[in-house]
Design a protein around this ligand. Structure first.
Ligand SMILES: [Zn+2]
Length: 301
């Protein structure tokens, strides 16, 4: 908040009335930030809370040095249906901006967002998104729409940083465009098109690039399949000549490994990017690792 106020005072000669208003809004934000648990963020930066990793990556990239982004989902934890402790709820209430995906993906976050000063459901209004399936970040073109919403939210909360937010959002969308073209080319000519995944996270990705997803568990990873479902999957793996059963980083690979053992298929990781485990990884490196894993599994040229 301090940065905004300094910026505002610096341009005071230009438009005094508007500036006074903005300064008052800024002051109100600082005051309510003190009451709500520190909305100013570290080093005077705008405090942004994002509900899980892909939104954290986008918010850090688009926010740049002006924002301090906190992830509500702890490292190594799978984000579906996370519970929030009282400290996290305070953090949501005190942040200048809270970013999440609505529609029942993380109901505790949606509840807490009701207490936030400014909370934005970045899934609302996405063209081409299915209301039942939260995994929009795994289609780069849908994720670009999420970035549109993020840019609007940051500009609204911190108008003094608008030029930077717009430029960095453009850059992030350009990188998503490149990624989309790369995946399209990489999956254009493959021996097979069916992927067997741990949970139903890759529906948008499959739709975008003409693949068929068969998932061991449903849209949320907690439901384990019954023996009948496993037998059906084993049959399908044999019939379609599937060579790879995909597992995830944040969910136990036990069931996938059983299926692989029964069918003679191998096991590989297809990352849902619902959290990040490696220090050097980001959204783009993980998507490219996924492309490589898909290329191997589907015998793409
Ligand atoms: Zn998921």
């Amino acid at each position: 908040m301090r940065i905004i106020l300094i910026g505002v005072l610096g341009s005071a000669a230009v438009r005094r009335t508007r500036i006074l208003l903005v300064a008052l809004v800024g002051l109100a934000a600082v005051v309510s930030g003190c009451g709500g648990g520190g909305g100013g963020g570290g080093g005077g930066r705008l405090s942004v809370v994002a509900s899980f990793y892909p939104l954290v990556d986008a918010a850090r990239s688009v926010g740049g040095d002006r924002v301090e982004v906190t992830n509500l989902t702890p490292a190594g934890v799978e984000p579906h249906d996370i519970e929030l402790n009282p400290r996290q709820i305070d953090r949501v209430a005190g942040a200048a901006l809270v970013l999440y995906l609505g529609g029942g993906f993380q109901p505790a976050v949606e509840d807490a967002a009701g207490q936030a000063r400014q909370a934005v459901d970045l899934r609302a209004g996405l063209a081409g998104a299915d209301p039942g399936d939260p995994h929009v970040w795994l289609d780069p073109t849908l994720f670009a729409q999420v970035v549109d919403g993020l840019e609007v939210a940051l500009v609204e909360v911190d108008p003094a940083g608008a030029d930077g937010y717009r430029a960095r959002a453009d850059d992030y969308r350009r990188r998503l465009d490149e990624l989309d073209a790369e995946i399209r080319a990489g999956l254009a000519d493959c021996g097979r098109r069916t992927i067997v995944t741990a949970h139903e996270a890759f529906g948008y990705l499959a739709r975008r690039y003409g693949l068929e997803q068969v998932a061991i568990s449903g849209l949320s990873p907690d439901a384990e399949p019954d023996p009948r479902r496993l037998a059906e999957l084993a049959d399908l793996v044999g019939r379609l000549g599937v060579t790879t059963i995909f597992t995830e980083e944040l969910v136990s690979p036990r069931v996938a490994e059983t299926l692989a053992r029964e069918t003679g298929a191998g096991v590989a990781v297809l990352d849902t990017i619902e959290g990040v485990t490696g220090e050097a990884d980001d959204y783009f490196s993980l998507m490219r690792a996924n492309l490589a894993a898909l290329g191997m599994a589907l015998d793409c040229r």
